[in-house]
Design a binder for this molecule. Sequence first.
Ligand SMILES: [Zn+2]
Length: 308
Amino acid sequence: MSRAYGWTDKGDAVVEDEATVIRMMATWLLEGGSLRGLTEHLKSEGIATAGDKTWQTVTIKRALTNPRMIGKKKSGDKLVDAEIPPILQTRTYNRLCKLLLDPERAKFTGGRTQVALLGGGIARCGGCGRALYSSASTGRAAVYTCSTRSGECPATVSVQAELLDADVTERVLARLSSPKLRAALTKSINQLGSRDEAEARIEDLQARYTALGEDFADGLIERETMRAGTDKVRANIAAIELKMKQQEVLDDLPEPTPSAIVEWWEQAGPRQRHDVVSILLDHVTVKPTDRRGPGGLDDERIEYVWKK
Ligand SMILES: [Zn+2]
C-alpha cells in the first residue's frame, strides 16, 4: 500500500511539510475556495501527492475526509483510535467532511470560487465604483474582478483574491485586537440602549416612513420633501440596525488581545468572518494599476472606508 500523504511510511510520524500543505488545503476550502482552484494552486506550486502524481479534486476530497486526519480509522460504523498522530483538529475535520460530502457543493466546484470574506459589495472597483466579484479560471489563482461588463468601466480592476483577503484580514484583526477601538465601538453601541428600545425606535421610524408617503399622497407635502424625509428615515434605520448587528457579533468575540482574536478568527467559519468584516468595514476600493494582470497590492492601490 502506498504511503498516506502527511505521514511517514510506517504512519507513526507526521511529515511536517506535508502536514502544512494539508492544513493549507483545509483552510483554502473552509474559506470558500473551490476544489478546482485548489488543484490548480497545488500544481502551480509544484506540490504532488505521496505517489508523485498531480492532485485531483477527488484525491484531495478522499485525503481530507479520511479519519486518519484526526488520528482515527473506521471500524464498522464507528471511528476508533488508529494510533497515528493527527494532522487536523477534530473541529476542522468535521467541518471539512460536512463541506466536501455535501452534494450541494458540486455546484460550486466549477470555475467560480465562493469567497465569503468580501462578499456583498465590500470590495469595490476603483474605476467605476461597482462591486468586485471573485472568479477563478483554470491555471490561475482566484481574483476579484470588476463586475461591470467590459467597455463600460474605464479601468476593469482585478486583484489577486488571496492578497486582498490577507490585507483586509490583517487590518480587521488589528482593529478588533485594539482595546481602545473596542471600547469606542461598545460605547457607540451602548448609546442605543437595550435591544427592546432599539426595536421600538425602528418601529417608530417605520411609522414615520409610512406617514411621509401618506402625507405626499394627500398633497400635504411635496415630492422632494417626502424624498428627503424617507432618505433620512432609511439612513436612521440602517444606523440602528448596524449597531444591533455590531452588538450581536461583538457578543461572540473574545477579549481584545491579538492572540485571542487570531485564535477566534482561525476557527471561525466563512459566515462569521464575513460578519465581522461587515460590521467594521464599509467598503474597500481597489484602484487600477498600470501593471499587466491582476498583479500585487500596495498601499496606494487600496482605500479603506471604515464604518463609524
Ligand atoms: Zn469597474
